[in-house]
Design a protein around this ligand. Structure first.
Ligand code: CP
Length: 315
């Protein structure tokens, strides 16, 4: 059960809340395969998707998740909206609030912007990624993917490799996977690992040999060049040599270790293309499939108790 208005991050989610989301997602995952019609569940609920930053996986899966549950979906037309005329974020929030939406799904390049909007509106807000702060549904889908593939989601050793400094995925995964009882090690060059990250309860390694020892799950992150202002890397070629996941570096991990990447991938920079496509070890496409079910579960759980849902059940 999710007894909260918004899903803004994983930092304040309890183990019970995380498990309630991934358990319901498991049910939706099975129903999606069987083409079960769930379009009455969120009938009458209005969902607005506001993506101020590019997205493929998150935006499309939230749209399909809403469609599968029967929401009325509005995709906010950023380019043709009055944002280009100078309207502030808070005025936009207040404007949307006056139209009685039930759920806002928001991605924004600035950390904290999604929370700011959530404080201004009465409806539920889901953070679809804000700056380098949090991306909660990515962490939840990662947890469920691991459970599906390894049969458990506690007591594992998980390495998060690469650009930790600019990654909301890393932060949300650290909070979520630690709450579930896993050990986390972050691996990358000093320039891409925030100073003091040990205070989040993670181990730190600066080379892949030390970083991948005894590891059950290798999570590779994209180099977020759009958030870098120079000085973080000498060259992409050198980065791949030292930190790009390839066959040789995978030998340092446990023999049955799985490979994850939130996407979009830069093949040949943070991961070798053949390894990313190795269906025996890579679960990258499974992550995308599970993402749809996780987003259905989050839309469902956040709106339990909404008066329009009760009305719909009575009809
Ligand atoms: N992992 C992820 O958030 O992908 P998109 O940017 O394509 O949504």
């Amino acid at each position: 059960m999710l007894n909260r208005k918004d899903l803004l991050g994983t930092a304040d989610l309890s183990k019970e809340e995380i498990l309630s989301i991934i358990d319901l997602a498991e049910q939706y995952s099975n129903e999606n395969i069987k083409n079960v019609n769930n379009t009455r569940i969120l009938k009458n609920i209005t969902q607005i998707n506001l993506f101020f930053e590019n997205s493929t996986r998150t935006q499309v899966s939230f749209e399909i998740a809403g469609t599968k549950l029967g929401t009325n979906i509005v995709n906010f037309p950023l380019k043709t909206s009055s944002q280009s005329k100078g309207e502030t974020l808070l005025d936009l929030a207040s404007t949307l609030n006056s139209m009685f939406p039930d759920i806002l799904v928001i991605r924004h390049p600035k950390s904290g912007a999604v929370q700011l909007i959530s404080e201004k509106v009465k409806c539920s807000v889901i953070n679809a990624g804000d700056g380098n702060h949090e991306h909660p549904t990515q962490a939840l889908l990662d947890a469920q993917t691991i459970r599906k593939r390894l049969g458990r989601i506690s007591g594992l050793k998980i390495a998060i490799c690469g650009d930790i400094a600019h990654s909301r995925v890393a932060r949300s995964n650290i909070f979520c996977l630690k709450t579930l009882g896993n050990k986390i090690r972050v691996v990358g060059p000093k320039t891409l690992i925030p100073r003091g990250i040990e205070s989040l309860g993670v181990e730190v390694a600066h080379n892949m040999f030390d970083g991948l020892q005894d590891i059950d799950v290798v999570m590779v992150l994209r180099l977020q060049k759009e958030r870098m202002d120079g000085g973080f890397l000498s060259s992409e070629r050198e980065y791949f040599h030292h930190y790009g996941l390839d066959e040789k570096k995978m030998q340092y991990a446990n023999p049955n270790a799985i490979i994850m990447h939130p996407g979009p991938m830069n093949r040949g920079i943070e991961i070798d293309g053949d390894l990313a496509d190795d269906i025996n070890r890579s679960v990258i496409t499974k992550q995308v499939e599970v993402g749809l079910a996780i987003r259905m579960a989050v839309l469902d759980l956040l709106t339990r108790g909404h008066p329009l849902r009760k009305k719909c059940q009575e009809q």
